[in-house]
Design a binder for this molecule. Structure first.
Ligand code: DQA
Length: 154
């Protein structure tokens, strides 16, 4: 029986190519490396990671529906869908667990079309520009919230 609480880490389109995709922007760590760091961060405190990647908007919505009642927190890098998807926004708005939006790059220092996020209005926190470490920061924050070990002022 597995009674450990689960943190969902959802990844959107093109992130499977990390390590080979525009490394001057996204670095050389692969998505598998990021998954390992998330698991390492969560394991000690007793949390499981449900780590997923999809290139399809509807699949991302389906994954949120599937996990919305069971995950104690969500880390989401929706990649390009961040900037375009009302469906993603609406799916995340149904989630009561805290959501942390993560981007490897500082989207606000990039093209104007990356400045708008449909995820941010339903996120508790946004981390952008910390590279792969952003994911582990997000996991640590969600663990702290779930175990109530830190100040949780809005
Ligand atoms: C990204 C930023 C997005 O604008 C872009 O479409 C991505 C990756 C990031 O992690 O920096 O695919 O979400």
């Amino acid at each position: 029986m597995n009674a450990r609480p689960t943190i969902a880490v959802l990844n959107g389109p093109n992130l499977a190519l990390l390590g080979r995709r525009e490394p001057h922007l996204y670095g050389t760590a692969t998505l598998a490396d990021i998954e390992r760091s998330c698991r390492r961060t969560a394991d000690g405190p007793g949390f499981d990671i449900d780590f997923r990647q999809t290139n399809h908007e509807g699949t991302l919505v389906d994954q949120i529906h599937e996990l919305r009642d069971s995950a104690v927190g969500f880390v989401i890098n929706a990649a390009a869908y961040t900037h375009t998807s009302v469906a993603l926004h609406d799916a995340l708005a149904t989630v009561t667990a805290p959501i942390v939006e993560v981007h490897l790059t500082n989207v606000h220092a990039r093209e104007a079309f990356r400045h708008r996020s449909f995820v941010a209005p339903v996120a508790k926190a946004v981390i952008a520009g910390c590279g792969p470490e952003g994911y582990t920061f997000a996991v640590r924050h969600l663990i702290a919230l779930a175990t109530d070990t830190e100040e949780t002022a809005p």
